[in-house]
Design a protein around this ligand. Structure first.
Ligand SMILES: Nc1ncnc2c1ncn2[C@@H]1O[C@H](COP(=O)(O)OP(=O)(O)O)[C@@H](O)[C@H]1O
Ligand SMILES: [Mg+2]
Length: 229
């Protein structure tokens, strides 16, 4: 489980996230939806340690990570699938998969990823840059899972991906959650994906969480209106 308390994140003097609070439980898929520029990427980059945290506290399963370096956070069970996927185009699919693993790579672990995403096994010796957008997204998720996270963060995973593949990604995330009892936090602009995938949905506006609903209680029209302002 991940807990965020009074988190403040800024670029120099420019405060993007003034005071954020939320928690997500093991086995839960939490969606954070918001328009461009609302602070989704800033939030995720701070949670994985790519941007320093100004103040507040972030804990993973009761261990504080607020001021840890990224690799220490990964060691404590956080994994990140960045916006735009950021796979290594000149490395093979296999090399991409193992690129985040510190220490020995077990064949069992790679097999587990290939079972989730069979196309990655078929293409394991191909260069990452030759994959389609959807395949690259599967690779980015597989690479994150190779570090055996307890909390998986995904920043706008559907960006630039065709609708049929978006459905596959939604299905994979739900399967991963069930298999591994992970906490998944996913940011999005696409409401349909969030409605298909998430157990709970929060709306982010100007770095603040302004609305929260359980999936069963979501009023899609109201959220759609908030996204189109
Ligand atoms: N490196 C940066 N330096 C200064 N301001 C930034 C930087 N990156 C993003 N911002 C600003 O932070 C705000 C949130 O951006 P971002 O987190 O990328 O939003 P989102 O991911 O929701 O589109 C925007 O106003 C953006 O202009
Ligand atoms: Mg973003």
């Amino acid at each position: 489980m991940i807990t965020i308390q009074n988190l403040q994140v800024a670029y120099g003097q420019s405060v993007v996230i003034p005071d954020m609070n939320f928690a997500a439980k093991p086995g839960e898929i939490l969606g954070i939806i918001g328009r461009n520029g609302m602070g989704k990427t800033t939030l995720f980059r701070s949670l994985i340690g790519m941007i320093p945290t100004k103040s507040g506290k972030v804990t993973i399963e009761d261990r504080e990570i607020t001021h840890d370096r990224s690799h220490q956070r990964v060691g404590k069970g956080v994994a990140f699938v960045p916006q735009g996927r950021m796979i290594f185009p000149y490395l093979t699919v296999y090399e991409n998969l193992i690129s985040g693993v510190r220490g020995r790579v077990s064949e069992e672990d790679t097999c587990e990823i290939y079972a989730l995403f069979p196309v990655l096994r078929d293409m394991k010796d191909r260069k990452g840059g030759n994959l389609s957008g959807g395949q690259q997204q599967q690779l980015a998720i597989g690479r994150a899972l190779m570090t055996k996270p307890r909390v998986l963060l995904l920043d706008e995973p559907t960006e630039g991906i065709q609708p049929s593949i978006i459905k596959d990604i939604s299905r994979s995330l739900k399967e991963i959650r069930t298999l591994k009892h992970l906490t998944i936090v996913v940011s999005e602009q696409v409401l349909s994906f969030v409605l298909d995938t998430c157990d709970r949905i929060m709306v982010i506006e100007k770095g603040r969480l302004v609305r929260e609903d359980n999936r069963a209680d979501v009023n899609a029209a109201q959220i759609r209106a908030m996204l189109s302002v």
